[in-house]
Design a protein around this ligand. Structure first.
Ligand SMILES: Cc1cc2nc3c(=O)[nH]c(=O)nc-3n(C[C@H](O)[C@H](O)[C@H](O)COP(=O)(O)OP(=O)(O)OC[C@H]3O[C@@H](n4cnc5c(N)ncnc54)[C@H](O)[C@@H]3O)c2cc1C
Length: 219
């Protein structure tokens, strides 16, 4: 195995999923992490760093992150232009947005994401293939259903607000209103803060206890 020097991780590839969203794959160098955790990274030598959830699974021999290029964004634009062999400075893993071992085989999970907020759930699903889960993915256009074939059929539901080609036409909030959640389900939310607050309010009205709710805010 190649050794790691000064937290510098070599880029293996950049895989475009849409015009603005892509997956960066880097060497793992044996990094241990829990599915749902994130990395803090930027271009080697650059002072600007950002947090990115790990997209790959704990058994993959590489690390991946799923990134959306943000208009005027300082880091996400640079990551899109990476080439194989380039280097990233990476710290981590960080965070507690993970599932508990004792819940893994005994509980039902509902994962609710907006946009690239699906990244930690991709890692969790890949790392713990036996878990009983459903993913509700809020996106604007149906082509943002990033790598939906990776999820077992029936476990992934796109909620598309701007075209008519989603599994559900409308926002995740509409989906959750129309499909009340079982109170015993463990619910994980990730992505935009407004989506998270709006869904929290609906779940509270549905009587979901707060100890069953977990959230990771991206922006
Ligand atoms: C714990 C954590 C995990 C994260 N994981 C991911 C991830 O897996 N994938 C990912 O793409 N991003 C993720 N983010 C967001 C990421 O850290 C950056 O904020 C994002 O890439 C923008 O950085 P930038 O330097 O390009 O833009 P900046 O120059 O920092 O900011 C530009 C503006 O873009 C806004 N913004 C940030 N993200 C988005 C977005 N997705 N859509 C629209 N506007 C946005 C910011 O609020 C800011 O106003 C995560 C954030 C946190 C806190």
């Amino acid at each position: 195995m190649e050794t790691i020097i000064n937290n510098k991780y070599k880029v293996q590839s950049v895989r475009d999923l849409t015009d603005s969203t892509y997956v960066v794959r880097i060497n793992r160098y044996g990094m241990q992490f829990k599915a749902g955790q994130n990395l803090n990274l930027g271009l080697a030598g650059d002072t600007e760093k950002r947090d990115y959830s790990i997209y790959s699974g704990i058994n993959d021999d590489y690390l991946e992150i799923l990134v959306k290029e943000v208009d005027e964004g300082l880091v996400s634009k640079k990551l899109k232009r990476l080439n194989p062999g380039d280097q990233l400075e990476v710290d981590g893993p960080f965070g507690f947005f993970t599932i508990k071992e004792e819940d893994e085989n005994s509980r039902k999970f509902l994962f609710i994401a907006s946009g690239t907020g699906i990244a930690p759930f991709h890692s969790i699903m890949r790392s713990h293939p036996g878990i009983d889960f459903k993913i509700i993915h809020g996106i604007r256009y149906s082509n943002e259903a990033y790598e939906k074939t990776h999820y077992p059929k029936g476990n992934y539901i796109s909620c598309v607000s701007q075209d008519k080609k989603g599994d559900f036409i409308g926002r995740v909030t509409d989906y959750v209103k129309q499909n009340p959640v079982n109170k015993d389900t463990l619910i994980y939310l990730c992505g935009n803060v407004n989506m998270i607050y709006d869904v929290f309010d609906i779940l509270k009205e549905q009587g979901v206890p707060s100890e069953n709710l977990h959230a990771e805010v991206y922006f």
